[in-house]
Design a protein around this ligand. Sequence first.
Ligand code: SF4
Length: 273
Amino acid sequence: MYSGATISHFGAGDLKHMVTKRRRDKLIEIVYQHYKKLAKNDDTLVWASSPEKMTKKKADAFFLGVMLDQGQVAERAWEGGRHLRENHFQPGKTFWKNISSAKEREIKKITKTGFDNKSYAVNFQTNKFPKWLRSAAKKISDEYNSDPRLIWDASPEECFLIYERFKEFDGIGDALAKMAQFILVRKFGVAGGKKNKHMLSIKPDIHLCRVLYRCGITSSAKISVTADEIGSFKLKSPADFDAACWHIGREFCGKTDRKCGLCPLSDDCEKNE
Ligand code: SF4
């Protein structure tokens, strides 16, 4: 049961599901420890001390790499993105417009055989990828002035927009959108990067809301309540907290399948239904 001084922050949820402030601080610390463990094996979670410059050409290839990073090793996906950008659709300023105005059969042929006679996407996506690519090219041309860098043009307080904008593209789901956001912020210094680490906001997704409510950090699993309550905790690094909670939600705390015995939060978790 919650009994902290910040009780006035809460009202929209049900306080009886919440842990004490002391236990909440402990749970938050465990989440950060989990982030540190993840970052040891995942480059996308490591903060670059000097962020890489993102040219337009690199941005085009990065976006393609994100789309291709499903069902194949990341290195091949990033290499595929670079290769596609450099070898097809008359690379240059009009790259995305050239794709969106290309004939369907040309897009299919290139995507299925253009990567040194192989498909850019994995087998089960060879028929879907041409459609996703055309639809993405149209969206980037029409809504982002043919420059993917505008997709991730966001202030630290609006960092969550990067994730939301990626998710609006066909073929880019929750996991890819999060991955793209993590890499852009940590490696390329987007949304202020490391120096604004404490300001980067999170907009909770279903995994994060579920984990925080079940373990008793928040009073409800509703997105709006979670966002309000998390904002009031003044986290030291919201992006890292987000990454770790998201991972716990995906790996251990499924909607209908909980693996509490394996979950790092288990000892202190309230295990709310
Ligand atoms: S201990 Fe169980 S209920 Fe709590 S966060 Fe982990 S998986 Fe979810």
